[in-house]
Design a protein around this ligand. Sequence first.
Ligand code: CA
Length: 228
Amino acid sequence: MTLRVLVVEDDREIRAMMQSALSVEGFAVQTAVSINEAQALLHHALPDVLVLDLGLPDGDGLELVRAVRKQHTLPILIVSARHQEAQKIQLLDAGADDYLVKPFSVGELLARIRVALRHRGTALAAAVTVHALDDLTIDLNTRVVQCRGEPVHLTPTEFKLLARLVRSAGRVVTHRQLLRDVWGPEFTEQTHYLRLYMGQLRAKIEREPSEPRHLLTETGVGYRLAVV
Ligand code: CA
């Protein structure tokens, strides 16, 4: 089955780069240069993934995220310029699945699209319960975490935090989401809990805790469990 991607981007070079990269990977690519054009295309036929620039000539991509989310569950991946970083949390709250900050590589774009599609797929089928990357294996069913072939002993809270990231592997999870899901809704402002427990997890899992390869920091937003 050919997956269809709608790329909404007004910058001609970036649009052409994404179009050719996605076509080479076998996606059927449509492009739009404005919110109006995107809405017309979405109305006509729904793609499997929406890749959306934020700064568009007729408005902000955030408006389109909100409009699309009222009706559809397709994955939405934001590509934003660095000065738009402050909007990340707003975008995730509005229903965007993830974001990439320009400049990004073709490899990053493809990896994020795959992750977004997989999460939408698994939300409908079974949830992800095993995560393996390089020297790290996490099995949520057996609650066994192994690092470089050795079992890692985690406290119940450390395990809960790691498990929450496994369930969203490859995607950013905001501080609020982590605090709510691991500690509870009354703890969503306690970001120091997260810093503390993330430090403990990194000390147990990462080869170089100060240069994490698995538990990545998304500055000002949250954390991401690496999948590549
Ligand atoms: Ca733009």
